[in-house]
Design a protein around this ligand. Structure first.
Ligand SMILES: NC(=O)c1ccc[n+]([C@@H]2O[C@H](COP(=O)([O-])OP(=O)(O)OC[C@H]3O[C@@H](n4cnc5c(N)ncnc54)[C@H](O)[C@@H]3O)[C@@H](O)[C@H]2O)c1
Length: 309
């Protein structure tokens, strides 16, 4: 890996198709812009079509002729995930890279359409379902990859298997950390299962460090907003820089399955992409199996893969 990897190092992506969730703002928009600049065909998987139109205008103003496609996806509703995949399938025979990027942080306790705690539902369950439903199209892709965005917060997270939706005790940041831990467990367990099945698809993880996006400023919880939106704000890097680890995972020829990428400076807050440490709890096989089986049950999505040993 070059020491100061930037978006200029992204290889040509002509003829490659990417799905980016949460592509209208922050890291998702920065990722879309960088991939489009290198000739990639980017499917913006978005909840809000007005915001999508603005994002498309912005990217095409910088990159006339960019290959962009907008499709509606509300990750808070598993029916919307299925509808998205059905629509995608009717127009595409294969997918090269899925970037599980969208996320919510620290809302007051809210439930998804299927009754799951919103952060667990949007950040983890919907991306689990999306990946499982697209896996056969990815298997036909060129150098196919699934990139899942976690956070350094996964190291403070754990799964509350006996109170997943916070019915008994909900704390917004604890449940954000749970969802980011679930992202890390999923990315690693997917890697294990794909490898065991001899699949050509690779699963990588990434985190941006700390980037100034809507994530912190839209958090309705006062302390979180104050800490990330104001006190730590001077340390924040731009979304374009924050997106580099996920762009590296999605495009670098030497990025491999099971690897986790984050920034190299200031305790992983900012900098160029490098390989970073996944919490050992996130690679625990028992936890991986348990989360996987639970996610299959809650989403009714089964991956077309033999179980990993
Ligand atoms: N910004 C940071 O410092 C930081 C740090 C660690 C991890 N992350 C992770 O980066 C990812 C991207 O976040 P960001 O910082 O760009 O924030 P952001 O708020 O700018 O972007 C999040 C995106 O997710 C989308 N989204 C939210 N709920 C959705 C739903 N129900 N259906 C479809 N889309 C939905 C939003 O519309 C938005 O486009 C998240 O997974 C977040 O947890 C960010």
């Amino acid at each position: 890996m070059p020491k100061h990897w930037t978006a200029e190092h992204i290889p040509d992506q002509t003829e490659r198709t990417f799905v980016v969730t949460g592509a209208t703002s922050g890291l998702g928009l920065a990722t879309t812009r960088a991939l489009a600049r290198r000739g990639g065909h980017v499917v913006l998987a978005v909840r809000d079509k007005h915001k999508a139109r603005r994002a498309v205008e912005q990217v095409t103003a910088e990159q006339p002729g960019a290959h962009l496609e907008v499709r509606r996806l509300d990750l808070a509703d598993l029916d919307s995930v299925r509808a998205f995949v059905d629509g995608f399938r009717s127009d595409h025979a294969r997918l090269d890279v899925l970037i599980n990027n969208a996320g919510v942080m620290a809302p007051p306790r809210t439930l998804s359409a299927q009754g799951h705690e919103l952060q667990f539902a949007v950040n983890h369950l919907a991306h689990f379902a999306l990946t499982g439903l697209l896996l056969d199209l990815l298997a036909d892709g060129d150098d196919p990859r699934v990139v899942t965005i976690s956070s350094t917060n996964h190291r403070q997270g754990r799964l509350f298997f006996d109170d997943l939706s916070g019915e008994r005790a909900y704390a917004p940041m604890r449940f954000y950390n749970q969802s980011k831990f679930a992202n890390a467990v999923f990315g690693w367990e997917l890697h294990r299962r794909l490898t065991a099945a001899g699949s050509p698809v690779r699963s990588m993880l990434a985190h941006p460090g700390y980037a100034a996006t809507d994530l912190q400023t839209s958090a309705p919880v006062g302390m979180v907003k104050m800490l990330y939106g104001r006190i730590l704000a001077p340390l924040a890097q731009s979304p374009d820089r924050g997106a580099l680890p996920q762009l590296y995972a999605a495009t670098a020829p030497d990025a491999d399955g099971g690897q986790f990428f984050g920034p190299d400076g200031m305790g992983e807050l900012r900098g160029a992409p490098k390989r970073v440490r996944l919490a050992s709890a996130a690679t625990d096989a028992g936890t991986g199996r348990r989360l996987w089986e639970l996610s299959e049950r809650l989403t009714a999505v089964r991956f077309a893969l033999p179980a990993a040993g």
